[in-house]
Design a binder for this molecule. Structure first.
Ligand SMILES: Cc1cc2nc3c(=O)[nH]c(=O)nc-3n(C[C@H](O)[C@H](O)[C@H](O)COP(=O)(O)OP(=O)(O)OC[C@H]3O[C@@H](n4cnc5c(N)ncnc54)[C@H](O)[C@@H]3O)c2cc1C
Length: 385
């Protein structure tokens, strides 16, 4: 059914959730435009983990199969000690027809979404931001930095963790620094790496994640007290240093970390905006509303789900207020689980690295339960409740 309340949408941010939003809206006959602040995209070649719930969401816009084709999927993750002694294999909870996880290069995921957006003819204003925005009863009146003006039935703030649109709606918010940093580096795939693996060291965790037949990426999580500013030209040296205590296959790849420009380092900040994530005709989605530590690989999944769920509700032609209320009912709790449970995993990890491990905690079960929760239905089944 054509939505008579929402016909014209502005999406601020052409990242993972913004591009997905344009595709999902187009599918239900809603015209969208995208504003992207970057002049051109610089998407990293390191990977992104796709659990079954995001593949299910991407299937709604016909893109799950392509991700599976381009990426590398596996039933779960192998766990080793820091020295490379095998501990156990953890099967990831699945949804019928999907693998436990798929791993894909971020650049490939971007290309899949971007090509689709191009093919449906969505207008993207690159190198552009919102200069003025005001909610009126006629819609959100927007002026862009490139001089374009427009009135939109809905503005979607998909502009990431430091969202300008969030600042406009809710002012400055406090993000929590997790005391951890994540390091990533793309490598040629070693033949012996059949599926993703993690080494649990005494002071850090290091994983290797195949993302195609030929490529994998190294994913290292470390304690970074006080959020140090690492000099860019020292990143490869610092990453090598961070994994110097590891044995096995992690030690084997250590000397291949040579180009500091290819090291992707991120201090982990997290936040969860209280509900609702909207005011009048402006809604926040993805990292703008909720940003999690990557410990269950769900940040982008929830960002994609946000806009798939939004489009699913828009199909019902309710008023915008009703649509956004239902949206919050569906997505707030899922985002809360991901942000809070990932924060919890960070806390347990830091305790363990300080020799204060809580033996009563079953981390594996906690992760599996969290992922299984995400596999619960999100679309019309829930809508009917
Ligand atoms: C180390 C690390 C590892 C991760 N691993 C995973 C993983 O394995 N699996 C997973 O699901 N998630 C993972 N995530 C999380 C995931 O990357 C994010 O949740 C996801 O990118 C959020 O998508 P988004 O569209 O909300 O924001 P982004 O992807 O950040 O997109 C925001 C877009 O908005 C643009 N923009 C910003 N400001 C403006 C503005 N003012 N005007 C216009 N445009 C603007 C940006 O240039 C960008 O293109 C990880 C995150 C980190 C930090």
């Amino acid at each position: 059914m054509q939505n008579s309340h929402v016909k014209k949408v502005l999406i601020v941010g052409g990242g993972i959730s913004g591009l997905t939003a344009a595709i999902a809206l187009d599918k239900i006959g809603i015209q969208a435009e995208i504003v992207e602040k970057e002049k051109e995209y610089h998407v990293y070649g390191v990977g992104i983990i796709q659990p079954p719930n995001v593949l299910r969401a991407l299937n709604e816009i016909g893109l799950a199969e392509k991700c599976l084709e381009v990426g590398d999927s596996a039933p779960g993750i192998d766990y080793y000690t820091g020295q490379g002694d095998f501990m156990f294999h953890a099967l990831s909870p699945t949804i019928e027809d999907y693998p436990g996880l798929n791993v894909i290069s971020r650049r490939e995921l971007h290309n899949i979404l971007y090509e689709k957006v191009q093919s449906i003819g969505t207008r993207i204003y690159m190198d552009t931001v919102v200069s003025e925005i005001e909610s009126t009863t006629q819609g959100a009146v927007v002026e862009l930095s490139n001089g374009v003006n427009g009135t939109y039935d809905l503005v979607i703030g998909a502009d990431g963790t430091n969202s300008q649109i969030r600042r406009y709606l809710f002012g400055e918010i406090k993000q929590s620094y997790s005391e951890q940093g994540v390091w990533r580096y793309k490598l040629p795939r070693l033949k012996e790496i059949k599926q993703p693996l993690f080494y649990y060291g005494h002071k850090a965790k290091a994983g290797l994640f195949p993302m195609s037949q030929d490529e994998m990426y190294l994913l290292v999580t470390t304690h970074e007290p006080g959020n140090p500013k690492h000099p860019n030209d020292k990143l490869s040296e610092l990453l090598q240093e961070r994994i110097s205590g590891f044995g096995g296959v992690i030690a084997e790849v250590r000397n291949q970390i040579i180009d500091p420009n290819e090291v992707v380092y991120r201090p982990i900040f997290t936040h969860l905006l209280p509900s609702p994530w909207y005011k009048d005709n402006i809604l926040l989605v993805g990292d703008a509303a909720h940003s999690s530590a990557p410990h269950v690989g769900q940040g982008a999944s929830i960002a994609i789900e946000d806009v798939i769920v939004l489009a699913d509700i828009l199909k019902h032609n309710l008023t915008l207020e009703e649509t956004l209320k239902i949206f919050m009912k569906k997505q707030y709790e899922r985002a809360r689980i991901i942000v809070e449970n990932s924060d919890q995993l960070v806390e347990w990890e830091l305790l363990q690295w300080h020799g204060k491990e809580n033996k009563d905690v079953n981390v594996g079960k906690f992760v599996v339960d969290t992922l299984a929760k995400m596999n619960e239905p999100i679309l019309t089944e829930l809508y009917a409740q």
